[in-house]
Design a protein around this ligand. Structure first.
Ligand code: MG
Length: 252
């Protein structure tokens, strides 16, 4: 990994486009989240995502990415990430993560949220709350002159302090003209390691948190990542800009 200062630093013009990309994506995700209810199929969610993506005049980033068939990843309960929309219907008590990526004038934005359907087990709600808070704990550390692993460490220590585990096999990433740019951002690690963060770096930070063990496996469809122990998992993601003080959340 490049330890230099220049990786991923965006110009002012690029940040203007990335801000607009983030704004449009967060509006899309907000509307999609409102559509979640018992009985809706994950394919219907994807169809709505496609309509919203057109409405907001952006391009889906995931559809066709390494052959992924859909605009949105919908991952239910023990599915961690990369769930492929299907005829499966949401049921009362499910927790569902929506992960959406879009491109606006050549610039990418990436965001994920997890929500409960109907009446969910209090433990599942706690998982959602801890995962969301861990994202904000990580974002808080994404400031100039901190090390990248300060972000990772903040996420891991908060999650493990709440007796949950962080997924190791999938990580956050830089983002800009590509969906996945350097650096990789693990959700675990010792503080004070890796590249030094500089103003203008744009990062997609995305903790994936399991109630049980951190280990995962990939289903036969080649995409869907599930927990090995079958226990639920949650996922939150924001695209952010490192600044001298408080990080700027693009997908707020
Ligand atoms: Mg991502």
């Amino acid at each position: 990994m490049d330890q230099g200062n220049k990786i991923g630093i965006k110009t002012g013009e690029e940040l203007v486009l990335l801000r607009e990309a983030g704004k449009r994506l967060s509006a899309i995700v907000k509307e999609l989240k409102c559509s979640l209810k018992t009985g809706i199929s994950t394919q219907e969610i994807d169809a709505l995502a496609e309509i919203l993506i057109k409405e907001y005049d952006v391009v889906p980033a995931f559809k066709g990415y390494r052959g992924f068939p859909s605009c949105v990843c919908v991952s239910i309960n023990d599915e961690v990430v990369h769930g492929i929309p299907s005829k499966r219907k949401l049921e009362n008590g499910d927790i569902v993560s929506l992960d959406v990526g879009i491109i606006y004038k050549g610039y990418y934005s990436d965001m994920a949220v997890t929500a409960g359907i109907g009446n969910i087990d209090p433990e599942f709600q706690r998982l959602i709350d801890v995962t969301k808070e861990s994202l904000y704990r990580g974002i808080e550390q994404a400031k100039e002159n901190n090390h990248l692993s300060d972000v990772s460490h903040a996420i891991q220590s908060y999650v493990e302090g709440n007796n949950y585990s962080v997924v190791r096999e999938f990580v956050g990433h830089g983002i800009g003209k590509q969906l996945h740019e350097d650096p990789e951002i693990p959700n675990f690690g010792e503080p004070n390691n890796g590249p030094v963060l500089k103003s203008g770096m744009v990062l997609a930070i995305e903790p994936m948190v399991n109630i049980g063990d951190w280990r995962t496996k990939i289903l036969n469809d080649g995409w869907t990542v599930v927990t090995k122990d079958g226990k639920p998992s949650a996922h939150f993601e924001h695209s952010i800009v490192v600044t001298k003080e408080k990080p700027e959340i693009l997908t707020r």
